[in-house]
Design a protein around this ligand. Structure first.
Ligand code: HEM
Length: 413
């Protein structure tokens, strides 16, 4: 049995024997990555719990939902005494009202349902192109060959990145993902390469946005520069930070949705076969995937005041973990929460967050998954998992396989 598989089963025993205050440290441990869910079950025994390092972990659905809507909860972690990465505090995912509202509204006014819908043909085309090139040796890596390149290409189209610059964008996206991995084995040279890539992206975006300011097109960056009837134009660092946020927030999350989706389908062959017969199943099924195997497992917040939640008081200045993935499997909210039910309704999961920071890109992520997953099922003949569980990236908050190798008889045209 591969090491990863052993750790999957080990998580169950670890969860049972670990003191409540040490459970979240276990979640962060890469050895729990293949199956953190027993740890979440153990955490939910006390839905608001203080961990040994002073962090408060919130794991019950109702408690998380209450905090997502509570104005005394901040997304700016400087309010819990933490420093943020250079430039990161300009990103609106880490801001509070009123500046959060100003920047988010500017994006929402331009990233409309019609804009998302206009990307449909392009998503189909890119998916087809990657599948045409995949599986020459009877083996496909869903991550490297399909899930990874697709979202970057789509975001480049959305932002209006010239096709000749797309390869550079892919390299920067790689670096940003490596940066998220916080790999303890990273060498100083790798760390320096990542830093250079982050600076390179900032320089590129600064130049691109100033070119667009002089000569606007019909892309999102030009739209943000122009503003709209109800929103101010974005300029300078706000514009660069917002563009970078769209790339970062929309990349790894979508990679993981596609990869976790394929993994889950292969572990549920009856659903895979049903999707082949009933393509419309993909709509509720993607929602269930975001509940059952969410790309974003948790988000950090800071308490601006003493906050009573679930019969416990979280003190002002605390760092708070909203364990969205645990809330989405809370038996108080969902029937059979540990089961993958592809046509589950209702399905008010927390996979895209909630409240004022609810995911801006959810319609785009859904559209990509709605197109890619049925196409993978249609074109991959007799797919089998080469390794289960697959190797995972170390990051706990954004959880997904590093590779997902499938053996296939062939890739159909
Ligand atoms: C499966 C794919 C995705 C998942 C699971 C996901 C999940 C999330 C979650 C949980 C949040 C809330 C963060 C918080 O409360 O702190 C969020 C926010 C956000 N997401 Fe996504 N996301 C996905 C795809 C995308 C895409 C494709 C884009 C853009 C192209 C995007 C852009 C954003 C932005 C800009 C925010 C910040 C919203 C705010 O702070 O107001 N996401 N996402």
């Amino acid at each position: 049995m591969p090491d990863n598989a052993r750790s999957t089963f080990a998580t169950v025993d670890i969860a049972a024997s670990t003191p409540q205050q040490d459970l979240f440290a276990r979640v962060l441990d890469p050895r729990s990555r293949a199956n953190p869910y027993p740890l979440y079950t153990a955490l939910r025994r006390q839905p608001v719990s203080r961990q040994a390092d002073g962090t408060w972990v919130v794991s019950g659905y109702d408690e998380i939902a209450a905090l997502l809507h509570d104005p005394r909860i901040s997304s700016d972690m400087r309010n819990a005494g933490q420093t943020s990465a250079p430039g990161a505090e300009r990103s609106f995912i880490l801001r509070d009202p009123p500046s959060h509202h100003r920047l988010r509204s500017a994006v929402m006014a331009r990233f409309t349902p019609a804009v998302v819908e206009s990307l449909r043909d392009e998503i189909r085309r890119i998916t087809g192109e990657h599948l045409d090139a995949a599986g020459s040796e009877g083996r496909v890596d869903i991550v490297d060959e399909i899930a990874y390149p697709l979202p970057v290409s789509v975001i480049c189209t959305l932002l209006g990145i010239p096709p000749e610059d797309e390869a550079r964008f892919h390299a920067w996206a790689d670096a940003l993902v490596r940066n998220l991995d916080l790999d303890p084995a990273m060498t100083p040279e790798e760390a320096e390469q990542i830093r250079q890539a982050i600076d390179g992206l900032a320089d590129y975006l600064t130049q691109l946005t100033s070119e667009r300011a002089k000569k606007p097109g019909d892309d999102l960056i030009s739209g943000l520069l122009t503003g709209s009837t109800h929103t101010e134009p974005l300029r300078g660092e706000d514009l660069v930070a917002t563009t970078r946020l769209l790339l970062v927030a929309g990349h790894e999350t979508t990679v993981n949705l596609i990869t976790n989706g394929m993994l889950t389908l292969l572990r549920h062959p009856e659903t895979l076969a049903r999707l082949g017969r009933e393509p419309a199943l993909v709509v509720p099924m993607v929602e269930e995937l975001v509940r059952y195997e969410p790309s974003v497992q948790f988000r950090y917040r800071a308490a601006l005041d003493d906050i009573d939640v679930g019969g416990t008081t979280i003190p002002r200045g605390s760092s708070v973990v909203l364990l969205l993935a645990a809330g989405s499997r809370d038996p108080h909210r969902f029937d059979r929460p540990e089961q993958f039910v592809p046509d589950r309704t209702p399905n008010e999961h927390l996979g895209f967050g909630g409240g004022i920071h609810y995911c801006v890109g959810a319609p785009l992520a859904r559209l990509e998954a709605h197109i890619v997953l049925p196409e993978l099922v249609r074109r991959l003949e007799n797919p089998r998992l080469a390794e289960d569980p697959p190797p995972y990236r170390p990051t706990a908050a954004l959880r997904g396989p590093r590779h997902l190798w499938l053996d296939v008889d062939r890739v159909r045209p």
